[in-house]
Design a protein around this ligand. Sequence first.
Ligand SMILES: Cc1cc2nc3c(=O)[nH]c(=O)nc-3n(C[C@H](O)[C@H](O)[C@H](O)COP(=O)(O)OP(=O)(O)OC[C@H]3O[C@@H](n4cnc5c(N)ncnc54)[C@H](O)[C@@H]3O)c2cc1C
Length: 428
Amino acid sequence: MMLTRQAQQYDDARLGYQRLDPHRPEVIFEVTSATEIEEAVRYAVDHDHRIAVQGSGHGLTRGIDGGVLIATRRFNGVRVDPAAQTAWVDAGATWQDVLTATAPYGLAPLSGSLPGVGAVAYTLGGGLGLMARKYGYAADHVNRIELVTADGTRRNADVDLFWALRGGGGNFGVVTGMEIALFEVPILYGGSLYFDLADYPDAVVAWREWTQDLPEEVTSAVAMIPFPDIPPIPAPLRGKYIAQLQVASLQGADVIEPLRAIGTPVLDTLGELPYAESAKVFAEPDRPDSYRSQNVLLRDLDPDTLATLPKLAGPGASAMAIIGIRHLGGALHREPTIPNAVGHRDAAYSLTVLIPGERDATELQNTILDPWRAQSIGRLLNFTFADLTPTEIAEAFNPGDHQRLTDLRKHYDPAGRLAANHELTELR
Ligand SMILES: Cc1cc2nc3c(=O)[nH]c(=O)nc-3n(C[C@H](O)[C@H](O)[C@H](O)COP(=O)(O)OP(=O)(O)OC[C@H]3O[C@@H](n4cnc5c(N)ncnc54)[C@H](O)[C@@H]3O)c2cc1C
């Protein structure tokens, strides 16, 4: 369906989850098939329009003004092949759609913290999931990708495009769908321990210590969250500055004991979970919001610098800032059988500072991140909700890979028609 600015459904179709700078296209194609994606791209070519693509809209950093928006959320089929342990995922399917389709077979995808996120865009950006240390990035387990390139041609990603799309994002065409691998994981031991940082200021340092010697079966993270004192927040967390230790274990509960030794959490949600309920591990809110974030990848977390973090962003800070740290390593360190564009596999931690709301709190964000910048080896674009410079985008990739990616973009989209998130451009 094609919608113009006058259409009643225009706003509903253009607004996704991220509300900071939504798309304002001239026309929207609400697609329900690969053929409709082809038609939308051809329309853009014929009218010399730029093209933006939106799945669920979690990742948007800069809205398009004018041009064509291809909205894929209604093209969300998932077809499971239980014998091959694979699923074909249409362009607009969310991880929730995939979880719903795969759970009856006891199979799980390499989904992330929030099932409302679009599976395709997540995977194009690498995709750091709940079982990442065991299986690697979601982009490491893609078998086939179909896309419509900026000239309107529908094709299967060949060797070069297949390499670039897995990690290089939406810079090379509009993906109509992909085949992903599934894993036998009916049950997960997971959830969160919520420690009040007023009582346990060293909880985050203790978490880092625990991550130093963990089996790959355990993937974990920590979020430092100043919870407002308002009713939608669960009573035990209201008005408290919390360290939420988020754990997904494929090896049962025993491995988590050292975290319990930190003290008495105000809330403990750890337990056995069907994988389909894995949203409970991070328990992130799934309602449209505005937010900005910056991310750094690190080879280690200096414990002294780490100890200062809660003081920078806690009560009394000039704005609300959520600091999220994910433990990497394990299979994330290893190149997949068929190499892809995911960079910096030597990173051991990812650190993100997220500022919710409309307010620009760059100063606070920099105060928190500056001590880490000298040690940073790059960034995860999936965790960066900010309009980055070309150099900052290049830093997400390994040296050499960025040039190969920009060459491929120039080859497949010489007119620069695709207004991709974190658009790849040549460095001058
Ligand atoms: C609360 C929250 C939790 C998250 N958790 C994780 C996590 O655990 N692990 C992780 O790795 N990431 C995570 N992310 C990041 C998320 O994976 C990225 O933001 C991803 O791009 C979101 O995809 P989307 O479809 O939801 O967003 P969209 O905004 O719809 O898409 C993002 C961009 O992807 C491109 N794109 C989308 N669809 C297509 C397509 N069919 N073809 C070509 N390009 C396309 C476009 O450039 C688009 O602007 C999280 C984000 C949020 C907000």
